[in-house]
Design a protein around this ligand. Structure first.
Ligand SMILES: Cc1cc2nc3c(=O)[nH]c(=O)nc-3n(C[C@H](O)[C@H](O)[C@H](O)COP(=O)(O)O)c2cc1C
Length: 201
């Protein structure tokens, strides 16, 4: 199944064809591809090159570890994320290694790393669905995440499966139209909330 973005301006195919599915196939993600996605994340830019990201990962071929990670997700997400053969949790380091001061851009940089991973995944024929619905305290406890770090999001990765494997309500969400705000709602000039001429309709 495809859900291409209906763009107003031409963008790269990998971006057009990225979307967040729920019907993952149980086909395992090849080790080479897992490493390529993590390598893509590794080469993201970051403030002071701090690289404040970490990833906890689990694959279905290690059922015990997979279940531990799956159980850190909210119930609503487990319903479909359980199909994905590869799960991750992104974690941000909140203080700078250089001076121990707060890193205000840690979440931003973790997002950039995941952005790289998502596009590399598409290039490899894989899909990614990120999740805010996680149990942060459970993740801390399960993986002994230090106080200086914060679990950010979970990430489900795999090949696309079949629409039929989803329950009716999830199938509806899978088929729902993808929508975005127009550029004029978030590209400003001169003053807050004043759209730049370039993006005015
Ligand atoms: C940080 C983040 C958290 C998200 N959390 C959830 C979530 O908990 N459950 C879910 O089903 N989708 C979640 N999503 C997916 C978004 O709902 C999805 O990206 C958005 O609706 C746009 O759809 P698209 O990715 O198919 O373009 C999340 C996405 C991001 C980037």
């Amino acid at each position: 199944m495809k859900k291409p973005a209906r763009t107003n301006h031409q963008i790269h195919d990998l971006l057009t064809h990225r979307w967040s599915p729920r019907a993952f196939s149980d086909r395992m993600v090849e080790e080479k591809k897992i490493l390529a996605m993590l390598e893509a994340a590794r080469w993201a830019p970051s403030s002071f090159n701090e690289q404040p990201w970490s990833f906890i990962i689990a694959t279905k071929d290690n059922p015990e570890e997979y279940e531990r990670l799956l159980n850190c997700l909210t119930e609503g997400n487990i319903r479909w994320a359980k199909f994905a053969p590869l799960l991750m949790i992104s974690v941000a380091k909140l203080i700078f290694e250089r001076d121990g001061k707060p890193n205000r851009h840690a979440f931003h940089d973790v997002g950039l790393a995941v952005g790289n991973l998502v596009i590399q995944a598409r290039h490899l024929g894989l899909h990614v669905h990120q999740m805010a619905g996680i149990h942060v305290d459970k993740i801390r406890e399960t993986y002994k995440v230090p106080e200086t770090h914060e679990p950010v999001a979970a990430i489900a990765i795999g090949y696309y499966g079949e629409l039929d494997q989803l329950t009716e309500d999830l199938r509806k969400r899978e088929l729902a139209e993808r929508a975005r705000k127009p550029l004029e709602q978030f590209v400003f000039s001169g003053q807050w909330d004043r759209p730049h001429d370039l993006v005015k309709k």
